[in-house]
Design a protein. Structure first.
Length: 265
């Protein structure tokens, strides 16, 4: 069986930490590199539900998209949520690895999965990584050209089918034309200007602030907001498949208990 260090090195090659944003906390965050691994759970976020699942299933490693811990801690105590989760996981011998923004920007990362899933052509990063080879695909976000011009409503339907959701929010008229499309998973409103500079008609992202929506509208660019959870969670299942393909002897699964905390009434 592989060790935690083997898994960490594989994930570092798949989603190189050099691609992570400077403010991020990626890599092996909790754990013993020498420990053996038989069971791995992937998830979007370590929550009480997903942590309990990992402990109940006797996982030795959680690969979580969102880091835990994210910010520096002065103490680990059970009287606050982060400390409680870490205390329980460490006590159960569960290690934590997070690729976060490195996975967003990787050559086979979340934004690339979006771009390929939406059948974009001539795919390039919205913001190329300064550490990548010239012309490389690594970097923040993606943009490309649809095979045929579609309406915003048609693109929105394709987005919903890709990630298995029933609703999206949009900025722009349903009948407006879209040919060049940008992608930025999670909270991607900051990429509106970059998408506009690259001639994109629409940006698909998870969520955006109200004033960002107004900015996009003023620029004449549409937005499709799929929700933060939906825009990234589908790639967690893909990451489980990647790990399992590398080590077929492992039991690897995407969390079955985590849910989007937001719901429609």
């Amino acid at each position: 069986m592989p060790t935690i260090d083997d898994l960490a090195k594989f994930l570092e090659a798949f989603a190189p930490p050099r691609l992570a944003e400077s403010w991020d906390n990626v890599g092996l965050l909790v754990g013993d590199r020498a420990a053996r691994v038989e069971r791995v759970m992937t998830c979007l976020t370590v929550t009480p539900a997903s942590a309990a699942e990992a402990i109940d299933a006797r996982a030795e490693l959680i690969v979580t998209h969102h880091p835990l811990p994210f910010r520096p801690l002065k103490r680990i105590a059970t009287d606050e949520p982060t400390g409680e989760l870490l205390w329980r996981l460490i006590g159960a011998g569960v290690s934590i690895y997070s690729p976060h923004t490195a996975f967003d920007s990787a050559a086979s990362g979340i934004n690339q999965r979006w771009a390929e899933g939406l059948e974009l052509r001539d795919i390039v990063p919205l913001v190329a990584s300064p550490t990548s080879a010239r012309g490389g695909i690594e970097g923040a976000g993606r943009c490309g050209t649809l095979p045929h011009k579609r309406t915003l409503a048609e693109v929105a339907e394709r987005v919903k089918r890709l990630v298995g959701i029933d609703r999206v929010q949009v900025v722009g008229a349903a009948a407006c034309g879209v040919r060049r499309l940008a992608i930025a998973c999670g909270s991607g409103g900051e990429f509106v200007e970059a998408a506009h500079r690259l001639g994109c008609d629409c940006l698909v992202t998870g969520e955006a602030r109200f004033h960002t929506c107004l900015e996009a509208e003023a620029l004449g660019m549409a937005l499709i907001l799929a929700g933060h959870f939906a825009s990234e969670r589908f790639a967690v299942a893909y990451l489980a498949e990647v790990i399992e393909a590398q080590w077929p002897e492992l039991e690897v699964w995407p969390s079955r208990r985590e849910r989007d905390p937001l719901a429609w009434l």
